[in-house]
Design a protein around this ligand. Structure first.
Ligand code: CTP
Ligand code: MG
Length: 373
């Protein structure tokens, strides 16, 4: 039997999104789902290590055939947690969810090397840049010959006994092949893939998108919403509850910022509008929160193979003052949109018009989306 551990428990600090990196959307699914799907054709059992608190969300993403365990503080701790859920495997692959686009062919090549007798196998690519050691003083100390150097990727493959042995202690390394090497095992190197890049920053995500299809195209959309204030209503705006403010009328929560963003996304993708997707013919959405509608919109456009590059929304009204809660609002909206980049602006209208007269709140949003071929 062949098992695989998908390390997905990191927070993605360098990426900087308000959700764990493995849950970031890339094309029509999350990084984690990409990673799982390339392994599922090649191995018999998959164990995913989830960030604490995200186990159930990840279980519902990857389905019942995949085991989900809670990861640890370091990558090595997470791999050990995954290993504990595997008992009778002959070989185990260890893969980073962050290397979402590694192909199933790469996983198959790793398995083939294991079957031919290697006990530790890594995919790797040559280094293209000039390499130099730099001192603490900011000056180059010496040049390094790059010819024998390689960039090591995942999935990495191990015989179960070797992987188990190298994880007996509490060793820590950025990958498992380093632990295998330190323990004296021979590590076989096979050809890696550019598309198996480790998605670390938002610009890596843009690079990864280019591997999803050569006919990637951008489109934009604009959405507008406005609601009048209504007595006795709670105010929901930009995904947040504003306890001391007057709310707005409407049969939903009246979150004009969320609604304008939904419409901008529908406009950019040509997939209808708020009314056609969530209107009176879909009673299950009556009273739905702005965040729920954003999540549903993301799911609709993802099925259409669109992903969000950027969303901005400008809130127009005298109240509430957005500034103090801007970061919180951006995090909430971004989370609902699968970690997309979000900007929130606010303005008044010099006393003119609906919102200037203090009768309500309006919002205008724009969205830039990418269509993946
Ligand atoms: N990982 C893990 N458990 C940890 C840390 C990392 O399972 N405690 C996983 C990550 O989810 C990722 C892989 O190991 O799929 C490679 O790590 P990296 O790319 O560094 O991801 P993060 O640690 O999440 O990112 P950062 O270092 O920027 O915080
Ligand atoms: Mg890390």
């Amino acid at each position: 039997m062949i098992a695989a551990i998908v390390a997905a428990a990191g927070s993605g600090e360098r990426f900087g999104a308000p959700i764990p990196k493995a849950l970031i959307q890339l094309g029509d699914r999350t990084l984690l789902e990409h990673a799982v799907s390339s392994l599922s054709a090649v191995v018999d059992q998959i164990v995913v290590t989830a960030p604490a608190g995200f186990e159930d969300q990840i279980r519902s993403l990857v389905g019942d055939a995949v085991t989900v365990v809670t990861g640890g503080a370091t990558r090595s701790d997470s791999v050990r947690a995954g290993l504990a859920a595997i008992s009778d495997a002959e070989f185990v692959l260890v893969h980073d969810a962050a290397r979402a686009l590694a192909t199933r062919e790469l996983a198959a090549s790793v398995v083939a090397a294991l079957k031919s007798g290697d006990v530790a196998v890594v995919p790797a690519l040559p280094v293209v840049d000039t390499l130099q050691n730099v001192g603490a003083d900011g000056y180059v100390v010496n040049a390094v010959d790059r010819a024998p150097l390689r960039r090591i990727q995942t999935p990495q493959g191990f015989s179960y006994s070797v992987l188990n042995a190298i994880h007996q202690g509490a060793q820590d390394a950025t990958d498992d092949s380093t632990l295998a090497l330190n323990a004296g095992h021979k590590v076989r190197v096979i050809a890696g893939e550019e598309r198996a890049l480790k998605i670390t920053t938002p610009s890596d995500l843009a690079t990864a998108l280019t591997f999803l299809g050569d006919a990637t195209t951008f489109s934009t959309g604009v959405g507008v919403d406005a609601h009048a204030f209504g007595e006795g209503r709670e105010l929901w705006l930009a995904g947040l509850h504003w306890p001391d403010e007057v709310g707005v009328d409407g049969h939903s929560d009246g979150d004009v910022a969320a609604h304008a963003i939904c419409d901008a996304l529908f406009a950019a993708t040509g997939l209808g509008d708020l009314g056609s997707n969530f209107g009176t013919s879909r009673p299950e959405y009556a009273g739905a929160s702005g965040v729920t509608l954003l999540k549903e919109t993301l799911s609709i456009i993802s099925k259409g193979r669109y992903s969000i590059s950027h969303v901005s929304v400008q809130i127009i009204g005298n109240r509430p003052r957005i500034g103090a809660r801007r970061a919180e609002a951006i995090a909430t909206l971004s989370q609902a949109l699968g970690g997309a980049e979000v900007a929130i602006l606010a303005t008044t209208t010099d006393g003119m018009g609906l919102t200037g007269e203090g009768k309500g709140i309006a919002a205008i949003a724009s969205a830039l989306v990418i269509k993946n071929a």
